[in-house]
Design a protein around this ligand. Structure first.
Ligand SMILES: Cc1ncc(COP(=O)(O)O)c(C=O)c1O
Length: 401
């Protein structure tokens, strides 16, 4: 008898960055030095003062909880510190009971969507948007409705299109990320107001991904929860700030009743978030001076690299269209003119870049139906010089087409 399985697993297409990492590792074994413009992993380490403190905590025999199971939603004092940090950053006032710590932003999103979606429900996604949402929605039996957020409109969705997308069908939620991955745009106050009004009027969830909320260089981060507190579930991570993606810690905040549901899903998924990462975050958030200095230096680190990438694009690929990001770690560059001349799509270009030019990028098609002519270029990791060299090789690859 053939054995059955859940065919919805096949809707999990796999993260493009994981696929690129696999090729990159093979190239590294062959001795190739790949310029990494693909990853959302920050090139800076968590602050040295924090790491020194953690080193001494590791040797503290009294700190048993560093090695224990933790409560499902995370330690109470860590949730308190997270709630206090949100308030100090200019975000909403939430109680620690409205916070669940998770094993990274990925688990946070999975648990949040699992808590609200039923098979047959639909979810509105911006086009383009982070590639992590669609596979989760589809795995949970949901469907996606795309709403264009085009570069000409500053990557903001048009009111009419948004209204049309949420009417009819079985739309239950809108997933929005700001600052955005892949474009780095911040949602405007106008867009935020529109999303909030639609959510409240039509009884929809806004699942709001704030992974890059502290990594803003231009403009102001909008806290959706402040505009629609009953309808917003916010998803966060400590992978980007302070920069320990491998330690897997994130959090969800929102209305207490739904956070209770997220917590039950999280209990089944991971039982509890990692203890050592919680201790690290507690130390980090409680030392305000260290926290603010690190944020300042991380923004400077990213901004310098963003400027290097933007100048290199302007100079070396003058027909590329892009908007300077207000935050995050990425520029989404539209290379449509070049691709048409070279007879390539963005996936073909990405393969060529990796195999022939040792430059890793993420093709735009992963970010939505409109992404075919885009490349997502990360400025998170490499030095400004290597970023420029990466862009130079992209230009070379396109001319060679
Ligand atoms: C927008 C966005 N949300 C969520 C995540 C996932 O976060 P984590 O790495 O903590 O799982 C990422 C990671 O790249 C991201 O860019």
């Amino acid at each position: 008898m053939p054995l059955g399985y859940n065919a919805r697993v096949d809707l999990i297409t796999g993260s493009p960055t994981r696929k690129i990492d696999a090729v990159r590792e093979r190239l590294a074994r062959e001795g190739r030095d790949v310029i990494l413009l693909s990853t959302g992993q920050p090139g800076f380490l968590p602050p040295r003062g924090l790491r020194e403190r953690l080193a001494s905590l590791l040797l503290d025999d009294g700190l048993k909880r560093l090695y224990s199971y933790t409560p499902t939603p995370g330690y109470g004092d860590v949730r308190e510190a997270v709630a206090e940090d949100l308030r100090l950053l200019g975000g909403p006032s939430v109680s620690p009971d409205q916070v669940v710590l998770t094993a990274g932003g990925q688990e946070a999103m999975f648990a949040a969507l699992s808590a609200i979606l039923e098979p047959g429900d639909e979810v509105v996604l911006m086009d383009p948007t982070y590639f992590g949402y669609k596979p989760i929605v589809e795995y949970l039996g949901g469907g996606v409705r795309w709403v264009r957020a085009p570069m000409e409109a500053g990557f903001q969705p048009a009111e009419e299109e948004l209204k049309e997308a949420v009417s009819g069908g079985r739309v239950k939620a809108m997933v929005v990320v700001s600052p955005d991955n892949p474009t780095g745009r911040l949602i405007s106050w106008g867009t935020a107001r529109l999303l909030a009004d639609l959510a409240v009027d039509r009884g929809l969830w806004i699942v709001y991904d704030e992974a890059y909320k502290t990594l803003v260089f231009e403009g102001e981060h909008v806290y959706m929860y402040k505009l629609a507190p009953d309808n917003t579930i916010s998803v966060n991570t400590f992978s980007k700030d302070p920069g320990f993606p491998g330690w897997r810690l994130g959090y969800v905040y929102g209305p207490e009743w739904i956070i209770g549901k997220v917590r039950m899903v999280s209990e089944e998924l991971v039982y509890c978030p990692p203890s050592f990462a919680q201790i690290a975050v507690l130390e980090y958030l409680r030392d305000r001076r260290l926290r603010l200095e690190h944020l300042e230096s991380s923004r400077l680190f990213l901004r310098t690299r963003m400027e290097a990438m933007a100048s290199a694009l302007e100079e070396l690929l003058p027909e590329a269209r892009f908007a300077r990001p207000g935050g995050s770690m990425f520029i989404a560059a539209d290379l449509g003119h070049y691709l048409a001349r070279a007879g390539l799509d963005s996936e073909g270009l990405a393969v060529r870049l990796l195999e022939e030019k040792s430059v890793a990028v993420v093709p735009g098609a992963y970010f939505g139906p409109s992404g075919d002519s885009l490349l997502r270029l990360s400025f998170a990791t490499e030095t400004p010089e290597r970023i420029r060299e990466g862009v130079r090789r992209i230009a070379e690859a396109l001319q060679a087409g």
